[in-house]
Design a protein around this ligand. Structure first.
Ligand SMILES: Nc1ncnc2c1ncn2[C@@H]1O[C@H](COP(=O)(O)OP(=O)(O)OP(=O)(O)O)[C@@H](O)[C@H]1O
Ligand SMILES: [Mg+2]
Length: 241
């Protein structure tokens, strides 16, 4: 019997539709997902299948129409606005395609925003920021502003900001989609290694089926549900990339 306490993510019957062209179009349709403590999961799927929608629901940015979304033992679909805001600040780290760093703050200060938002003691913020920047190979660039950093370095700062609070769940939506292939591979390797060290579970949306070799599991989002990649012949034919 599975032990629910060891699941960081437990989603059942998740449905969400958008009103488009005068009718409700289902995007997520009875989706199920379970991610264990310590697990890393990649999600592939053609454009428009709902990958970002799923991450937005898991992070509490978007509300589902129905279903239960239990993260770290808490059904976030039942939280009120204040509860959701707190959940987002304390439990979730989010890495976006376009970094979203604050241009007027240094790398270290950007990372500290993640620490302070989670309600951690401000006096320990600098130490925590330097520890994670060090893990990401950026300790010597802590005082630089985002415009003084390369794209790959900016994304490493964004990863540090998401991980500094040691989130239950790290979500990454095409985090290397804006980087050249070599930098993308190096950044992905760092993201996976540090997610394993600083977060309890990782879900990464990617258009790169090669990433599948490096995560514990790869799933494909299709027709509103997740299927194991090995059951999705279009992945092996490269049609998802
Ligand atoms: N706020 C919205 N209002 C209406 N429709 C939306 C909204 N957000 C997303 N959609 C629609 O929902 C579907 C899924 O969008 P989503 O952004 O989740 O796809 P995706 O799999 O992340 O695609 P991509 O790989 O291009 O990023 C699309 O058909 C999109 O047009
Ligand atoms: Mg998307």
């Amino acid at each position: 019997m599975s032990n629910p306490a060891s699941a960081v993510v437990s989603v059942t019957g998740l449905s969400k539709a958008y009103f488009q062209g005068g009718q409700n179009v289902p995007v997520l349709d009875g989706l199920e997902l379970s991610v264990r403590d310590g697990e890393t999961v990649a999600i592939l799927g053609v454009s428009g299948t709902g990958k970002s929608t799923l991450l937005n629901v898991l992070s509490g940015i978007d509300a589902p129409d129905s279903g239960s979304v239990v993260i770290d033992g808490q059904d976030i679909a039942r939280l009120d606005a204040a509860g959701l805001a707190r959940y987002r600040r304390e439990k979730v780290g989010f890495v976006f395609q376009f970094y979203n760093l604050l241009p007027t703050l240094t790398a270290a200060e950007n990372v500290m925003t993640g620490w302070e938002a989670a309600g951690k003691p401000a006096r320990k913020g600098e130490h925590a920021a330097m520890e994670i920047l060090d893990a990401l190979g950026l300790q010597h660039k802590a005082d630089r502003f985002p415009e003084q950093l390369s794209g790959g370095e900016q994304q490493r700062v964004a990863i540090a900001r998401a991980l500094v609070k040691r989130p239950a769940l790290l979500l990454a939506d095409e985090p290397t989609g804006n980087l050249d292939p070599k930098t993308a591979d190096a950044t992905t390797a760092l993201l996976l290694a540090q997610a394993r060290a600083f977060a309890r579970a990782l879900i990464i949306v990617t258009h790169n089926p090669g990433l599948a070799r490096h995560t514990d599991r790869t799933l494909v989002l299709r027709d509103g549900r997740l299927v194991p990649a090995e059951h999705a012949a279009d992945v092996t034919r490269g049609m998802v990339a």
